[in-house]
Design a protein around this ligand. Structure first.
Ligand code: FMN
Length: 193
C-alpha cells in the first residue's frame, strides 16, 4: 500500500473523511491489527480504537493512539456524558465498525445481543456496517457453538473475513489464524466506498 504523509495531513477536501471504529479483543493477533490501523490512518481515515479488557493484555492504548493519531477508548464509563454517552456517540459517528481480532468470546457476546462493555454496546447501538475478523485456536473456531454464532451474525448482515490456516499460539498450526492485514485493509476500503 502506498503511504504518503501529505495525504494523511491533507485529506482531499472534496472527500468526507471516513470514520472507522476499530475494536480489538483479547488475542495474540492484536499485533496484526497495528498494520491495518496504520494503513487506514495513512489513507486519511479517522480510526478510533476501542479495546476490551482482554485486548489490553496484548496491546497498549499508547501504541494504538500513536498509530491512529486519535484517543483510544476502553471503558464506557470513562467519559462523562456531557451531551451524549460515549457508546452512542461512537456508534453514531461510525461509517464502519471493525473488530479485528475478534475472539470467540466477543463473537458469542454479539450473537447473544449482550452489551456489557464499550465495544459490544457500540455494536448494538450502531447503524453502520460491521466487519469481523476472527482469530482463535482451531478447536475454538470449529466448535459448534462458535460456528453457530458466526452463522447467526452472517445471516444478520455482518461481514466476516474468515480465519485461515497458519501458525497459532503454542507453535500449533491450524485454522484460526487471522487473515492477513492487507486482506483486512482491502475489505475495509471496499466497505467504505
Ligand atoms: C495467550 C492467550 C492468547 C489468547 N488468544 C485468543 C485468541 O486468539 N482467540 C480467542 O478467542 N481467545 C483467545 N484467548 C482467550 C481470550 O483472551 C479470553 O477468552 C478473553 O476472555 C476474551 O475477552 P474479550 O473477548 O473481551 O477480549 C487467549 C488467551 C491467552 C491467555
Amino acid at each position: 500500500m502506498k503511504r504518503s504523509h501529505s495525504r494523511r495531513n491533507n485529506p482531499s477536501p472534496q472527500k468526507k473523511r471516513k470514520t472507522v471504529i476499530f475494536g480489538l479483543t483479547g488475542s495474540i493477533a492484536c499485533y496484526k491489527a497495528c498494520d491495518v490501523i496504520s494503513n487506514l490512518a495513512f489513507e486519511s481515515c479517522k480510526v478510533i480504537c476501542v479495546l476490551t479488557q482482554g485486548a489490553k493484555q496484548f496491546i497498549t492504548p499508547l501504541t494504538l493512539a500513536s498509530l491512529s493519531g486519535h484517543p483510544v477508548y476502553e471503558d464506557q464509563f470513562m467519559e462523562p456524558p456531557f451531551s451524549e454517552p460515549l457508546h452512542t456517540r461512537l456508534a453514531r459517528e461510525a461509517d464502519l465498525v471493525v473488530i479485528a481480532p475478534a475472539t470467540a468470546n466477543m463473537i458469542a457476546k454479539i450473537a447473544a445481543g449482550l452489551a456489557d462493555d464499550l465495544l459490544t454496546s457500540i455494536v448494538l447501538a450502531t447503524r453502520a456496517d460491521i466487519l469481523i475478523a476472527p482469530a482463535m485456536n482451531e478447536q475454538m473456531w470449529l466448535n459448534p457453538f462458535t460456528q453457530e454464532n458466526v452463522r447467526k451474525l452472517k445471516q444478520g448482515g455482518m461481514h466476516f473475513i474468515d480465519p485461515v490456516r497458519g501458525h497459532l499460539v503454542c507453535q500449533i498450526e491450524g485454522v484460526g489464524h487471522i487473515a492477513e492485514a492487507e486482506i483486512i485493509t482491502a475489505q475495509i476500503k471496499e466497505l467504505l466506498k
